[in-house]
Ligand binder design. Structure first.
Ligand code: MOS
Length: 682
C-alpha cells in the first residue's frame, strides 16, 4: 500500500503539465476548424485576422511548410486543400495572448467548395469492406469449423444485434503542447502524451529531423485513455506555429475542438449468434462487426477479437467490416476491441443463460477453457472461474432469484447482473538505466509515461525490490525522451514492459556494485528486446468478473447503479493502492459506457454534436455509489520478472454488460443499444 509518490506535487500544483512550463517570450496558438464535412478549400482569407494587434502569424494550406509522411494522415497538417471531415484543423493563428489568438481564429475566412458528407454508419452501407487487419495486427476474419451449420442444429440459440455509440476519451488535461525551437535547429516539446519516445520518433519524422533533434518532456500527464497514445495534430500546430514566429508556442486543445481532433471510439454494430446444447455448452459462436473508419486512413477496432479467446466452442466465426466515412479517424480508447466486443458477447451470454435456464455464472464456468480456442495455445494462467466464484460469494449472488422483473422497492425495480472481463497481457521491448549515486541513492530512468495511473510509483517499488534497498533510496524518472527508449503507456503493458527493463537494469547494476560507489556514480543499462523474442508458447490474458446491482425507476426509466464489484486475476499486483484506483476507475468508465456516454453524429452537418462535458455525460460522484475492486492471488511464471499482467484497461471490460444484464434482471427489458437511457427502457 504505497501512496502515489508524486501526490503532494500534484495536489499542491507543483507538478507541471505541458503548457505550464515557464518559457520566455511565449506566444499562443488557436486553431480553425473546417465548417464543412467534405470538400476543397478554395481560399483562406487572413487579412482581417492579421490586422488584429498582437497576431503574429496565420498558418494554413496556403503557406504551411511541407511535412513528411508519417503513416498517420491526421498528422499531414495543412498539407492539402481537401477537407475530410467537419472539424478538421484547416488553419491556425499564433498571437501574443490566448484571447487574441482565439479572436483572430474567428476572423480567418476559409471558403470551401463542399459536398454533402457521408457520416452515417449503417449495417447495409454500400461502402462496407473487409480490412486486411484490425488494430493492431489481428486478422479481420477468422473461422473454425462450420459455425452456421452448428448454430442451425443447436438446441438453444441466441441471435441478437448490439450497438455501441461513438465515445470520446475526454481526459481531464486536454491534449496540449508547448513547442520551443532552439538556435541549433532542435525542438523541445513539452507535451501531454502516453509515451515520449513514440512522440519523439513520429514528430521528428514528420518534421524531417533526426529523433535526437527532438526532445519530448512529459513527466506529468492528466489522463489519456488511448487518445494520447500517438501524437495528434495539436503537436504540429504548436511546432509549426513556433517555427513560423520564432517564439515558443503553447497550444492546448479546447474541449470543444477535442471531439474532432483527438480521437474517439468508433460506433459499432455487432451481430452475435450463440448456439448451445441444453446444458449450455457452446457449439457455435459467430460475431460479426460493422464499424467505421475515416476517408483519411484506416483504423479498425478489434471488436470481435475477444470472442476468439473467451469461451470453448468447436465452431466459431468472427469478422470485421469497415466503411470509410467523412469522420475523424477513430482510434484507441479504453481497451479498444475488448470494451465494445465484450459488451456484446457478455450480453449475449446473459441472453443464452436466460434461454437455457442456466445460472449466468454456471454458464460461463461450463464454457471455460484451459487453451485459447483459436490458437490452441495453453493460457499462461486463466483464473476466470476463480474470479466468478470469488465475486459471487462476496456479492451475495447465491440469493439472486433468476426471474427478471420481480423485485420491487417502491417505484424501483431491482436487478443483479454479472459479466466476464478480459484483457491481453502484452509486453513490448523497453530500455532502462539504473544508477548508483555516491550518496547511496539510486536513480532509475526510463521514458515511461505516468498518465495518472501510478506508473512512477509502481516502477519505484519494482526497482527497490530488484535493488534490494528500501523505497526511499530509489528515484525513478520518467516522461522524457532523453531517458532510455520505452513503449507507450497503452495496451495495459506499461508496468510489464518498463518494469522488466528496470529489473534487468537493476540486476545489472547489482552485478557491478562491489564496495563503494565511485564519485561519478555507477550505471547499468538494459534492453529487453532479446528477452521478449520467442514468447509465443502461451496465450497471456488477464481475466475478471464484474458484478452490478441496479435500480430502475419504473416510471421514468432512470437507471442507477447501486453497487458494483470487480474481481480480477491479473498476475501480481505491484501496488494495491493505485491498482484499486485504476480498476475502480475503469469500472466507473464502464458505468459511463452503460448509462451515459454517447457522441451523437449530426448527419446533416456531419459532425459530433457534443462539445463539452455538459453534453458528453460521464459518471459523477452521485452516479458511483458503492464500487469495489479486488483480485485473486495469481502467480504466473510465464509473464515477466515481476509476474504482472497489466491492469490499465481490464477494469472497464465487461462492466457495461454487467450493468445491462442487471437492467434486464430488474426489468425484463433487454437493452442492446448503449447507452441505456430512459427512452430505451420505456
Ligand atoms: Mo489504451 S486505449 O491502449 O491507451
Amino acid at each position: 500500500m504505497t501512496d502515489r509518490l508524486e501526490s503532494r506535487e500534484k495536489v499542491t500544483g507543483e507538478a507541471r503539465y505541458a503548457v505550464e512550463y515557464p518559457v520566455e517570450g511565449v506566444a499562443y496558438a488557436a486553431a480553425v476548424q473546417a465548417t464543412v464535412g467534405r470538400g476543397e478549400i478554395t481560399s483562406v482569407g487572413t487579412e482581417e485576422a492579421l490586422r488584429l494587434p498582437g497576431v503574429l502569424a496565420v498558418l494554413s494550406c496556403e503557406n504551411a511548410p511541407e511535412l513528411r509522411e508519417s503513416g498517420d494522415a491526421e498528422l499531414a497538417l495543412f498539407q492539402s486543400r481537401t477537407v475530410s471531415y467537419r472539424g478538421q484543423f484547416v488553419a491556425a493563428v499564433v498571437a501574443e495572448t490566448l484571447d487574441t489568438a482565439r479572436e483572430a481564429a474567428r476572423l480567418v475566412r476559409v471558403e470551401y467548395a463542399s459536398e454533402p458528407p457521408d457520416v452515417e454508419l449503417r449495417a447495409d452501407h454500400p461502402g462496407l469492406y473487409k480490412p486486411e487487419k484490425v488494430n493492431p495486427v489481428f486478422p479481420s476474419d477468422t473461422a473454425q469449423g462450420d459455425a452456421d451449420e452448428a448454430f442451425a442444429k443447436s438446441a438453444v440459440r441466441v441471435e441478437a444485434t448490439y450497438t455501441t455509440p461513438a465515445e470520446h476519451n475526454n481526459p481531464m488535461e486536454p491534449h496540449a503542447t508547448l513547442a520551443q525551437w532552439h538556435d541549433d535547429g532542435t525542438l523541445t516539446l513539452y507535451d501531454s502524451n502516453q509515451g515520449a519516445s513514440g512522440v519523439q520518433k513520429t514528430i521528428a519524422g514528420v518534421l524531417g529531423l533526426e529523433p535526437s533533434q527532438v526532445r519530448v518532456v512529459s513527466p506529468h500527464v492528466g489522463g489519456g485513455f488511448g487518445s494520447k497514445g500517438a501524437p495528434r495534430p495539436n503537436v504540429l500546430v504548436a511546432a509549426l506555429g513556433a517555427r513560423a514566429t520564432g517564439r515558443p508556442v503553447k497550444f492546448a486543445v479546447p474541449r470543444q475542438q477535442m471531439f474532432a481532433t483527438t480521437g474517439y471510439r468508433t460506433p459499432t454494430i455487432q451481430r452475435i449468434r450463440l448456439g448451445a446444447d441444453e446444458d449450455g455448452h457452446l457449439d457455435a459462436i459467430t460475431h460479426e462487426v460493422v464499424e467505421q473508419t475515416s476517408v483519411l486512413q484506416e483504423f479498425g477496432e478489434q471488436t470481435a477479437v475477444p470472442t476468439r479467446m473467451m469461451y470453448k466452442a468447436p465452431h466459431r466465426r468472427t469478422s470485421h467490416r469497415l466503411v470509410r466515412l467523412n469522420v475523424p479517424t477513430p482510434s484507441w480508447m479504453r481497451a479498444p476491441g475488448e470494451t465494445p466486443g465484450m459488451f456484446a458477447l457478455e450480453s449475449a451470454m446473459d441472453e443464452l443463460a436466460v434461454a437455457a435456464g442456466i445460472d449466468p455464472i454456471e454458464l460461463r464456468v461450463r464454457n471455460d477453457t484451459g487453451h485459447e480456442p483459436e490458437s490452441g495455445l495453453p493460457f499462461s494462467s486463466r483464473n476466470l472461474v476463480a474470479c466468478l466464484r470469488e465475486g459471487a460469494a462476496r456479492f451475495g449472488w447465491a440469493a439472486r432469484d433468476p426471474r427478471p422483473g420481480v423485485r420491487r422497492m417502491g417505484r424501483k425495480l431491482l436487478g443483479t447482473g454479472v459479466a466476464s472481463s478480459t484483457y491481453p497481457a502484452y509486453m513490448r521491448p523497453s530500455e532502462a538505466t539504473a544508477r548508483a549515486e555516491p550518496d547511496g541513492t539510486f536513480t532509475v530512468r526510463v521514458a515511461a509515461a505516468d498518465i495518472g495511473t501510478g506508473a512512477r510509483t509502481a516502477l519505484t517499488l519494482i526497482a527497490a525490490e530488484a535493488l534490494k534497498v528500501e523505497l526511499g533510496r530509489v528515484r525513478v524518472e520518467v516522461g522524457d525522451s532523453r531517458f532510455p527508449k520505452a513503449p507507450v503507456a497503452g495496451g495495459s503493458m506499461g508496468t510489464s514492459s518498463w518494469g522488466a527493463a528496470v529489473v534487468r537494469a537493476c540486476e545489472g547494476l547489482r552485478g557491478k556494485l562491489n564496495g563503494s560507489v565511485p564519485p561519478e556514480g555507477l550505471e547499468a543499462s538494459a534492453d529487453t528486446t532479446d528477452e521478449l523474442k520467442g514468447r509465443d508458447r502461451y496465450a497471456r490474458h488477464a481475466f475478471g468478473a464484474q458484478f452490478a446491482d441496479v435500480e430502475v425507476d419504473a416510471d421514468t426509466g432512470e437507471v442507477r447503479v447501486r453497487r458494483m464489484l470487480g474481481i480480477f486475476a491479473a498476475g501480481r499486483i505491484v501496488n494495491p493502492k493505485t491498482a484499486r484506483s485504476q480498476l475502480i476507475g475503469g469500472m466507473t468508465m464502464g458505468i459511463g459506457m452503460a448509462l451515459h456516454e454517447e457522441s451523437v453524429m449530426d448527419a446533416e452537418f456531419g459532425d459530433f454534436l457534443n462539445r463539452d462535458l455538459a453534453q458528453y455525460h460521464v459518471p459523477a460522484c452521485a452516479d458511483v455509489r458503492d464500487i469495489e475492486a479486488d483480485w485473486v492471488e495469481e502467480s504466473d511464471p510465464h509473464l515477466n520478472p515481476m509476474g504482472t499482467k497489466g491492469i490499465g484497461e481490464i477494469g472497464i471490460v465487461g462492466a457495461a454488460a454487467a450493468i445491462a444484464n442487471a437492467v434486464h434482471h430488474a426489468t425484463g427489458v433487454r437493452v442492446r443499444d448503449l447507452p441505456i437511457t430512459p427512452p430505451r427502457l420505456l
